[in-house]
Design a binder for this molecule. Structure first.
Ligand SMILES: [Zn+2]
Length: 353
């Protein structure tokens, strides 16, 4: 309780000032301390807090070698309501109300200024909770390493990296979910490509453009995330983490997205966009082929099993007929039995005239 009071006082004194007066946040009063994080939550959310603590420590260890480690301990705050979370984002991160409310409505915020904000609603996210927490944590590492400019001037890369880092990191531990997730993302991006619904990457670079698309409708929201994931994955698979680092360093140095891509990868943003769409096309076609192959395998496999069963029954039939014949022969050859014509003839011939 004393700690909570001290924390409340601390935030009151040090909260960034904004045009709006910082709203009061209901201070969480239960805490879990892990090796690299402190989780603050309302007592009703203990189960969620424990899961998030586990995800966080896993992501910390797994993402470290590629994206680095946070400089200090991370605070993870779990809120009970959208209003409370929006208030927390405004008070602690200085977000304007519309942005704070949008993020609170989504349910998770990036690990910015060593703090992650989560809505208790995320306990209903099921297996996606792991992906979401890792995605947001990766955002924080990118911001720490290369500045906040990545989020505001190369948003597709920032979001795509969050999803790609989560998928890559979690795959060894949660293969089934991450594989299914990745396939569904490529399927959506492929569908959008065919329908010409993909956004040109140069139009999803600023935060304003990104949030604007999210606000349009759920389809536009999903498409921009799916294509960002594909583009970030293509970048790393084609140019490696060194290529990615060169682009991020360019952005850190103040270059706009187009120039950072040109300098880091030696290709224009439009050229990269076209290559990334070709990657989506290849993955989409592979997905179609795979589903067709799965279908063909099922039909072919069923036919082989049916043929084997038929052969087995036939062989059994032959054996059954052979057994009947043999039995008849035994009966015919025995004394006093006259079953077959041949036996009758033999007996007749043998009989004295
Ligand atoms: Zn994100």
């Amino acid at each position: 309780m004393l700690i909570a009071l001290a924390a409340a006082l601390f935030h009151r004194v040090f909260a960034p000032s904004s045009a709006h007066a910082a709203p009061r946040i209901l201070e969480p009063y239960a805490a879990i301390h892990t090796a690299h994080a402190t989780l603050l939550y309302h007592p009703g959310n203990a189960e969620l807090a424990n899961t998030v603590a586990e995800v966080f420590e896993f992501a910390y260890a797994a993402l470290g070698p590629e994206l680095g480690y946070p400089k200090g301990k991370i605070t993870i705050r779990i809120y009970d309501s959208t209003e409370e979370m929006a208030a927390g984002l405004m008070a602690l991160l200085g977000y304007e109300r519309p942005k704070a409310e949008l993020i609170a409505m989504i349910g998770m915020s990036p690990n910015t200024r060593s703090t992650m904000h989560l809505h208790a609603r995320t306990k209903h996210w099921g297996p996606y909770l792991w992906h979401g927490v890792t995605h947001e944590y990766a955002h924080g590492l990118v911001e720490q390493g290369y500045g906040a400019g990545v989020a505001t001037s190369a948003r597709w890369l920032y979001e795509g990296l969050g999803d790609y880092a989560a998928e890559r990191t979690l795959k060894p531990k949660r293969r089934e979910f991450e594989t299914a997730w990745s396939r569904s993302r490529f399927r959506l991006a492929f569908k959008a490509l065919i329908r010409r619904d993909l956004f040109p990457l140069e139009r999803v670079t600023t935060e304003e453009q990104w949030l604007g698309n999210m606000a349009k409708n759920r389809y536009a929201w999903d498409v921009e995330y799916a294509q960002a994931y594909a583009a970030a994955r293509y970048l790393v698979e084609r140019y490696g983490f060194d290529g990615l680092r060169r682009v991020l360093e360019g952005i850190e140095g103040g270059l706009p997205c187009q120039a950072a891509i040109a300098k880091g990868l030696g290709i224009s943003l439009r050229g990269f966009d076209a290559a990334s769409q070709a990657f989506i096309f290849r993955r989409g076609m592979a997905g179609l082929w795979m589903s067709r192959t799965a279908g063909l395998t099922l039909v072919g496999g069923s036919m082989v099993v049916a043929a084997l069963l038929w052969l087995r029954t036939r062989r059994k039939g032959v054996k059954a007929r052979e057994a009947v014949e043999a039995h008849r022969a035994v009966l015919a050859s025995g004394p006093g039995y006259a079953v077959t014509g041949a036996a009758r003839t033999a007996r007749r011939r043998a009989a004295p005239k």
